[in-house]
Write a protein that binds this ligand. Structure first.
Ligand code: ADP
Length: 443
């Protein structure tokens, strides 16, 4: 910009002003008049003529200089306006480019823009991560095939770049990317940005790992539900056929099979109700009403519900009340469900003559409900898996104890939704202890 100013600004100095020329002309007339008083008539005429010509030249030069100066000024103003316009355009382009960079860096999908010659023009962080490329190496300007060594992808890029007919879409490519111990499934969409062969090519890389995991869980869930429902339904069908045969001539057998049908119906009911509870637990805290409630009261209520069941099985049930009321920030029904599931399991997996104890503990931010028994216990290798849906330690799926394999999954999901945590410790053959931590009310 300073160079431009130097070019367009007229040179400073005496001759910049047209008045200087006028003064010079008048001065020459005065000088001539003074001189003519001392010289002859002929010479005087010559001098007057010279002085007049000098005056005219002075005026003409002055007008010419004035015009030049005005033109230079206008040119300078025009250049200044242009410069301002371009510098504002440059700034706005720079801002746009920074914004595009921010957007690209925030995308979960990978984006790579290639020139017609497949040199990398843009590559965002997600593309580097998903294609298992170095996060720091400079890739701009390098050929795509130098950086990415995946034949299907290189082939798709070449086809997209040279394809005569841009309307022939390149199908989405699915590839497994292995990075260290991790394998990731990604899908890549390769497209040319315009119809002209050799124009830029854009790649959009999408991580399919999570979608694949969710799909696998969904399939497993449907398989589990179908299996769990099929078992009692098959039993009901079998008993019903037997009742049909026995009803006329063996009333006792018919009664026995009707009772079996009833048992299986209760199991079906339990299964459906557990699945509905699990669905609610998995929907996060949407269905929860968090308020200050008494965990002590919840334990008392649960004990009252399960005392007859423990008595019938010959399991000794006890609890150590705390000196203060255990107040927590929680949902009443969800907390009751957690306590009931843990106590029901403890009684179920403790043989007759065993003990089940409930207690409450306090730390700085939580109250925990501890349910411990001296029953069958859980092997260490199973202790994480018991919180999975439908997982039961006993490998046989035929339930003899009324369990569905969903209880602890409900406990885990509800506890998480309530902002708490659940943990287990156990020694096989000696019993198990489950501890649920829930947020205490603030003083
Ligand atoms: P279930 O309906 O089968 O009890 P859960 O999800 O409640 O389903 O429990 C999953 C598995 O964890 C059970 O099948 C059982 O093997 C084991 N388990 C749960 N609680 C206990 C416990 N207190 N003692 C021993 N094993 C337990």
């Amino acid at each position: 910009m300073s160079d431009l100013r130097r070019d367009v600004e007229p040179a400073p100095g005496f001759f910049r002003s047209h008045t200087a020329w006028t003064i010079a002309g008048l001065a020459s007339i005065v000088a001539v008049a003074a001189f003519t008083a001392t010289v002859s008539h002929d010479r005087m005429i010559i001098l007057i003529a010279v002085a007049s010509v000098t005056l005219l030249v002075g005026i003409a030069a002055s007008v010419w200089a004035k015009n030049r100066w005005e033109q230079a000024g206008q040119f300078y103003e025009m250049q200044k306006r242009e410069t301002l316009k371009w510098s504002s355009r440059y700034r706005s382009l720079q801002t746009q480019s920074e914004q595009t960079e921010i957007v690209l860096s925030q995308l979960n999908d990978g984006v790579v823009l290639l020139s017609g010659g497949t040199e990398i023009l843009i590559i965002n962080d997600s593309a580097r991560r998903l294609l298992a490329l170095s996060t720091s190496e400079a890739f701009i300007g390098r050929r795509f095939s130098e950086i990415v060594r995946i034949p299907e992808l290189i082939d798709a890029v070449d086809r997209a770049s040279t394809n005569q007919n841009a309307s022939i879409a390149i199908p989405r490519i699915s590839i497994e990317i292995i990075s260290g111990a991790n394998t990731r499934l990604v899908s890549v969409l390769v497209n040319r940005v315009s119809d002209v062969p050799g124009s830029n090519v854009i790649l959009v890389v999408h991580d399919e790992t999570e979608a694949q995991r969710v799909e696998a869980i969904r399939r497993e869930f449907i398989a589990n539900v179908s299996h769990e429902l099929k078992t009692p339904l098959a039993a009901i069908k079998g008993y019903a056929e037997t009742v049909d045969l026995a009803i006329d001539d063996d009333h006792d057998a018919a009664k026995h099979f009707v009772r079996q049908i009833n048992t299986q119906c209760v199991r079906l009911e339990q299964l459906v109700s557990d699945m509905m509870q699990l669905a609610r637990a998995q929907s996060g805290d949407d269905n929860l009403r968090i308020e200050a409630i008494s965990l002590t009261e919840i334990v008392r209520q649960t004990m009252a519900t399960f005392q007859p069941i423990a008595d019938a099985k010959g399991v000794h049930l006890s609890w150590e009340p705390t000196t203060v009321e255990a107040m927590i920030q929680s949902d009443r029904d969800a907390t009751l469900t957690i306590a009931q599931n843990l106590l029901s399991n403890a009684i179920r997996y403790t043989p007759s003559g065993g003990n089940v104890r409930l207690s409450l503990r306090q730390d700085s931010e939580h109250w925990s409900l501890v349910v411990s028994d001296d029953g069958v216990g859980i092997d260490e290798s199973e202790q994480d898996r018991i919180f999975e849906r439908f997982y039961r330690v006993s490998k046989t799926r035929e339930p003899t104890d009324g369990g569905t394999g969903i209880g602890l999954s409900i406990v885990k999901n509800l506890t998480r939704a309530l902002g708490g945590n659940v943990r287990v410790s156990s020694c096989p053959g000696k019993g198990a202890t489950f501890e649920v931590l829930l947020p205490a009310t603030k003083e």
